[in-house]
Design a protein around this ligand. Structure first.
Ligand code: C5P
Length: 312
C-alpha cells in the first residue's frame, strides 16, 4: 500500500510533467518553426497556411493568373482591353507589346511566384499608409516578417517604432514613386502605357538625375490580367478598379503563406490620413471601391485567412 507521502510525490510529478508539456506546447506554438511546431500544416511550415481548409478560398487563390509579367507571361489582348480603360489609354495592343519587349531587354527574368511548400513558412506584412499606424508600436512586429511590403511614399525613417525599418518590397507607380535602396524589390503597378515608358526611361538613365530610382534587377511588373482578376474575383467588379492597397493584399496572398495586414483604414478619429502627413478629414477612395475592399479584408480576417491589425 502506498503511503500518503508517496501519493503526494506522485501527484506532484504528474503535475510537473503536465506543466512542462503545456509549456512545451505553448513554446512550439509561439515558435512557428518547422520541426518544433506540433500544429504545422501539411501545406506549409506555418502553424496555419493561407490555403489550409476552405476549398472556396483555395480555388480563388489557385485561379489567379501569374501576378507578374515576364517574357513568357505576357498580356492577352482581352486583358489589355480591360486594362486600357482604367486610365483612358489610347494606344493599341501592338504598341503595348512593343513597349514591354523593350522593358524586358532592361529587366532580367525574375523568379515566378513559388507555391507553398511543407518545408517553408513565408510570412508577409502588408503595410498600408493609414494614420492608424501612428502610436501603434507595431514596428517590431512588422520587422519580424520575412517579407515586408510597403506602398508608395510611406517612409520608415522617423516612424520606426510604429512601422518598422525593414522593407523588402515596395509598390509604386510613377505618380507615387520614391527612391528605393539597392536591395528593395520594386513592385511596379502600371495603369497606362505612359507608366511603362516612364519606367523604361528611369531604368535606362539610372538614378543619376532624379530622386526616383530602383535596382533594375529587382523590378517586378504587375500583370494587368492579375488586376482584372482581383477586380472580378475579389471585388465582384465593384468600383472602376482596385486600389493599390487592395491589389497588394491580393498579391501577398499569392506570394506568402501567412499574411498580416497593417496600416489600412481610417485612424482612430475616423480620418483618412497618412501616418506621415495629414490629408484632411474626408474619406476619399476615388475610383476604388473602398467600402467593398474594407469588407473583403475584414471578412478574410474574420475567417482567419489573413490577420488585419487595427490598433485599439
Ligand atoms: O494613400 P496611399 O495610396 O499611398 O496608401 C496606400 C494604401 O494604404 C491605400 O491604397 C490604402 O489601401 C491604404 N490606406 C488606408 N487608409 C488610409 C491611407 C491608406 O487603408 N488612411
Amino acid at each position: 500500500m502506498m503511503c500518503k507521502a508517496g501519493k503526494f510525490k506522485r501527484a506532484i510529478s504528474v503535475l510537473v510533467c503536465m506543466t512542462s508539456f503545456a509549456v512545451f506546447l505553448t513554446y512550439s506554438w509561439d515558435l512557428s518553426l518547422p520541426g518544433y511546431n506540433l500544429w504545422a500544416s501539411p501545406v506549409c511550415a506555418c502553424r496555419k497556411c493561407l490555403t489550409d481548409g476552405d476549398p472556396w478560398f483555395r480555388m480563388l487563390i489557385n485561379t489567379a493568373p501569374q501576378p507578374f509579367l515576364s517574357k513568357d507571361h505576357n498580356t492577352s489582348e482581352v486583358d489589355f482591353n480591360w486594362w486600357k480603360r482604367l486610365q483612358g489609354e489610347k494606344r493599341n495592343y501592338t504598341f503595348y507589346v512593343g513597349t514591354l519587349d523593350r522593358l524586358f531587354q532592361i529587366i532580367p527574368p525574375i523568379p515566378g511566384v513559388v507555391g507553398p511548400s511543407p518545408s517553408r513558412c513565408r510570412s508577409c506584412a502588408v503595410v498600408g499608409n493609414s494614420g492608424n499606424l501612428k502610436g501603434s508600436h507595431y514596428g517590431r512586429l512588422i520587422d519580424l516578417h520575412d517579407i515586408v511590403i510597403r506602398m508608395n511614399r510611406g517612409p520608415t525613417k522617423g516612424f520606426e517604432e510604429d512601422v518598422g525599418r525593414k522593407t523588402t518590397h515596395r509598390v509604386m507607380y510613377p505618380e507615387s514613386a520614391t527612391r528605393l535602396d539597392n536591395t528593395t524589390r520594386l513592385l511596379f503597378f502600371s495603369f497606362k502605357i505612359k507608366d511603362l515608358l516612364w519606367l523604361q526611361i528611369h531604368l535606362e538613365n539610372g538614378i543619376k538625375s532624379t530622386n526616383r530610382g530602383a535596382n533594375k534587377d529587382l523590378v517586378m511588373l504587375l500583370n494587368p490580367a492579375f488586376m482584372r482578376y482581383v477586380h472580378e474575383a475579389w471585388l465582384k467588379k465593384k468600383g472602376r478598379y482596385p486600389s493599390t492597397g487592395f491589389l497588394t493584399v491580393a498579391l501577398s496572398m499569392q506570394m506568402c503563406d501567412e499574411v498580416n495586414v497593417f496600416g489600412f483604414g481610417a485612424d482612430k478619429d475616423g480620418n483618412w490620413n497618412h501616418y506621415f502627413e495629414k490629408l484632411g478629414n474626408q474619406i476619399r477612395t476615388g475610383p476604388h471601391p473602398g467600402k467593398q475592399e474594407s469588407e473583403v479584408i475584414q471578412d478574410l480576417h474574420n475567417k482567419q485567412k489573413i490577420h488585419f491589425f487595427v490598433p485599439q
